[in-house]
Structure formats: structure tokens, C-alpha cells
Design a protein around this ligand. Sequence first.
Ligand code: SF4
Length: 253
Amino acid sequence: MDLGSGGSGGGTLARALSGIGLPERLALASRSIAGRLVFTTSFGIEDQAITHAIFSAGLDVHIEIVTLDTGRLFPETYDLWEQTEERYQRRINAVSPDRGAVEALVNRQGINGFRHSVEARKACCDIRKVEPLGRALAGAAGWITGLRAEQSAFRAAVPLAIHDEGYGLIKINPLADWSRQDLARYVIDNAVPYNPLHDRGYPSIGCAPCTRAVRLGEPERAGRWWWEQEAKKECGLHLVPTQKNLEHSHDRL
Ligand code: SF4
């Protein structure tokens, strides 16, 4: 089942991924996708579960683990990064923003200028996240993420596998159908290290100045860019799977 170059599986991979466990999903993805396979972690609890599964099964031989170091992460996130490397005795490669672009951005809009408008915020996310992601995925045939459908209405249609038109690769979301409870159980059962901010009301953790704790009953991503409207709360890394591109993708997967 080689789907790495756009393939002709006719729904094979997406169907094969359902009904099996996380390590099996990752192993199947690594066998099925010919070419470079990249997992991007931001050290959230979803990503920590995937990191554990990859390292514990020795799948890092096939799957590169990288993180986008925006330079604005919480101290707790940097501590977790170090703790994770120590636990698994592996390095997690950093991709940093272009220094000149960050300097120009900060000189133009100020150190926290992303709070001034949606456009200013997107400009910051573009420089600190989207452009580095493009470099991280350059030449890759597959991209593994920790997206879950339950995280927000925006992500409700996230599939287990989809052909990502934007990056021209197969995007695997091995936790797409997991609930928060499924995730918590996996993390506890496997003693996976996780960010202590999760226990302090932060279900979703991004850059420090753009993330706050959520209140009881709020959606998981309500604490991200809380000053913006719900529909806009994405940093531009993930395209929304519309019905149209889902149908198109199902033809290819
Ligand atoms: Fe900039 Fe905030 Fe986006 Fe981080 S989340 S890249 S600090 S706008």
C-alpha cells in the first residue's frame, strides 16, 4: 500500500487506520508511505502520546520528530521538551523561524504586536510557525499530527488520513477519533510526561502570550487567541478539511 506519491489506494489507508491502536496506526503509516515521514510536535498532550508511541516502538527510524520553536513558548513547554528527550534518550529536532523575518516583524509591529489585529497576529504566526513548517515538511511524503476532531468545531471533520493539497503529501491524524478521556487514559497508563499546564486549566497550549487557561465548560481551544472570534482560532498550519477536499481525498486514499 504505497500512497506516498499521491497513490491510488481508494480509501485503503484511511479505512485501515480505523479500529486499531495508536502504535499500530503509526506503524501502518510508516509502512504505507514511501518517502520522508515527519511528525510535528508542540508538546501538547496529544503530541506527547504520539511521541511516546513512536519512541517506544522504535518507529523514529522511519518517522522524524520535529518541533517548531517559535521562541515564545511557555517555560513549562521548554522544560517538557528537555524532560521528553531525557525520558526517551532521543533528540527532538527544532525548526526555528527565520531570524531576519522575526527582527523585521518585531521592529515593525512591536514585541507583542500580534494583539493589535487579526492581520498582525497572522503575520506573526506566518513567520514563527507557517514558514518554518514549510521547511520542516519540504520533500516529505507524509505528515503526522496530533489533531483530534473533538478539539473544536473547526476540527470536527478531521479524518484519520487525508491528502493535503497545500503541502502535497499524506496527512495522518492518528488521534482524530480519540476523546479527551481516551487520551488521558493512554497518558496515565503509559506514564507519558506531559505539560503541567494541562492540570492548571490549559487543555491546549501554544505560545505563552497567546494562550490562557479556559473556564469550566469552555471549548478546549477557547484559551487560544481568546481575543479573537472562535472561527478564526487557527494559526494557519492546518487547512480545514472541507466536504469538497474530503471527497477528493477519499478518492485518493
Ligand atoms: Fe506569534 Fe502568538 Fe502566533 Fe505564537 S501564537 S506565532 S506569539 S501570534
